[in-house]
Ligand binder design. Sequence first.
Ligand code: ADP
Length: 521
Amino acid sequence: MNNGSKHILLIEDNPGDADLIRLRLVEAHSDIAVSCVSRLSTGLASMIVETPAMVLLDLNLPDSHGAETYRTVLQKAPGVPVVVLSGQDDEDLAAKAVHQGVQDYLVKGSFDSKQLAHAMRYAIERQALVTSLDMSRRQQLQFKNDFLSHVSHELRTPLTCIHQFVSLMLDGLSGELNHDQREHLDTVFRSVNQLRAMITDLLEATRAESGKITIEPQCIAIGDVVRQSIAMLLSTAQAKGIGLEVGLDLRTPLVYADANRILQVLTNLIENGIKFTPPDGSVMVKVRLMEADADNVYVSVSDTGRGIDPETKNMIFERLYQDPNSIDDSRKGLGLGLYISKELIQLHGGRLWVESQLSHGSTFTFTLPAFSLAKFLLPVITDQGRIRESISVITLELSARSTPFSGNWLDIRRQCVQVLQPCILRDKDMILPALGDSGLGQNLFIVISADEHGARVVANRILEQLERSEQMKCCMFNISSIGLKLPPKVSMEPVDKLVKEVADRLMEMSAALLRRQSSAN
Ligand code: ADP
């Protein structure tokens, strides 16, 4: 029998039925062990101790009834073949169970030992087949992913070379071009860019499939990212005679997201909007707050285009899906854009969905978590439901050692965080995400669960490490620490309120620092 077990689990609460089935089982297979339980919960517990070769399952038990019974078993013990034992009156339900993953059913009182043996053999073989199909499907997918990822990587190098040389020629660096030559090279250039975008999509999709896409969330102003995406695509929209508009709710809080990834999602949605909207139409990007869901910010891209029919709507987020009717001269994708976008939004803890009406347009909406510093701080600055006795803040300002500065502040911040991590205690201290400076991150705030003296010791350690670090050689550092004055320990204030006060003070400190820096420049 499967998994080498010769053990059958019978879940049946009627002692008469249980005895009869046991008898038939022994007649059919003299060498198998049968254990019988009368409750579903006992059956599930016994399956954890020993996986049976199969389960014979009555649907109406003292602790579970009908479809819920087999669904629970299928969910808790996937891979174990199940044969349902039905009465005359619930045969329809048993037949339905077969469509939902149960291997077979027998009507109580109407089978002999031969039929039981046959049903059991069939159930076990069918389950083995399902398991092996599933495994080979997964292997195939893995193979396809590895292949795509390898090919895409290999294609990138020659393409980069073509891109470089074509740009060089277009810039006139290899001699004057006549009108026709320039036009031809422009076409080559556009096609190379298109190929590069497709290869990037392929690589991203294979990474998403194997869970390797990463995001680096920061505290960002979503309005800035929306404006950036509009600036990037305005000329494309104008060239097609499509209006590109933006509507921002000014009360929108900062969100916790990776600005580059959200820009990628937004450009994909806006490009699609432009692509599937006829000239004279419009695409509108909106950022909204919902009263009923204050923890999230809603970003939507609406178009007045061709719309999506209800059946297709469920498929467009699938990998490689393209609506066959929509393939026209302007098609440029591989059907991966929405798949990647959805993965990216889910990685941020958000949702992406579409509402659409055929011939009237579509609205794609995604949510992003509103940034709450208090939520971030809660596990670090509280202990056993109370605020810690001492909390201090270290402020680290990074500035360029020489000008003009060609470094990338996001990369520098990343390196700086790596240097800082070993200097702090992970469960009691925290490096805050970049606050309020559009994610550039030249200022770092480190919350330390210690008094002012303790914070000074940590600040000195940090400075020593930064000055030793090769990667941070391009920066100068200004570091200071301050103890936060908290209400006396006896305070009866609820902990959430205290944490919120600390968060507000930190936001104020960040804003004051930014004001000071901008007035100094
Ligand atoms: P691609 O990268 O090929 O554009 P996507 O994953 O972005 O692929 O889109 C998949 C399919 O979803 C498109 O082929 C199209 O049929 C449909 N679709 C996407 N956006 C829109 C839109 N704004 N209006 C109508 N159909 C759309």
